[in-house]
Design a protein. Structure first.
Length: 253
């Protein structure tokens, strides 16, 4: 369905060799700008330095002049807007930094489509995070705290809600509800610290109970109780095969 999002680690740019053939340096009172060029004189990198550290703007370019990266540094640490581009020059990530740590909104793109929007505080995801599928529709809405999912997480398939779960410190903790393509409840599971704990209930399309079973710390306390579509209790061991059909509808709609 979707995977739990992970805080992305952005690559740290490498200082180009400033004192080799193909590189030039210009000095100012504040910093020295080192330029790196290819054999044809095309600019490949421009880096501001001060006191042997990155200080100011860094830019990198491809062989055709397309942008590959731009970033701002203060005393050797990323500070300001960082942009990363693919080999064709298309923007793939834009992130804000303060004193070396991500701070504020980070956006990620692929083929011109936004895949994720995450807010960062002190280098860790914090607050609302939104993920998108290849069609540009929302695939997940998460609440983050100190880099972990914390609170209600909602997952989507082709624009429809298919799961809504409660998390605490990155672990499932509370109720997790699955929905079919029509938006009706398929099952409700109870968790504690990422283990099934409490009742697990599955339902027929009209809302009647299909199956119920209790768990404690991930282990069933007793065999499940099952009911037919009319609400009649089934004999122990009797199967409810249409449950699989309902669960498949989570993804087929």
């Amino acid at each position: 369905m979707t995977s739990t999002p992970v805080a992305q680690t952005l690559p740290q740019p490498v200082v180009p060799a400033g004192m080799t053939a193909g590189a030039t340096a210009s000095a100012s009172a504040a910093s020295t700008v080192v330029e790196e060029r290819d054999a044809q004189g095309r600019l490949l990198a421009s880096t501001a330095m001060r006191g042997g550290m990155l200080h100011g703007e860094m830019r990198r370019f491809g062989a055709q002049g397309q942008p590959l990266m731009s970033a701002s540094y203060v005393d050797g640490q990323l500070d300001g807007l960082l942009r990363l581009h693919d080999d064709n020059g298309a923007l793939v990530q834009e992130a804000c930094y303060r004193l070396g740590r991500q701070e504020g909104l980070t956006r990620t793109w692929q083929n011109g489509r936004c895949l994720a929007e995450q807010n960062f505080v002190a280098g860790l995801p914090e607050g609302a995070s939104v993920m998108y599928d290849q069609a540009g529709q929302v695939s997940a809405q998460l609440r983050m705290r100190a880099g972990q999912i914390d609170g209600v997480a909602t997952f989507f398939h082709e624009g429809r809600v298919v799961r809504r779960s409660q998390y605490q410190k990155g672990l499932l903790d509370g109720e997790s509800t699955d929905y079919d393509g029509a938006g009706t409840v398929v099952q409700v599971m109870s968790y504690r610290a990422n283990l099934l704990h409490g009742p697990v209930r599955r339902f027929w399309p009209d809302g009647r109970m299909m199956e119920e079973q209790s768990y404690q710390k991930g282990k069933p306390l007793a065999p499940p109780e099952r009911f037919d579509a009319e609400g009649r209790r089934l004999a122990p061991g009797a199967a409810t095969p249409s449950l699989l059909v309902r669960l498949e509808s989570l993804f087929k709609g």
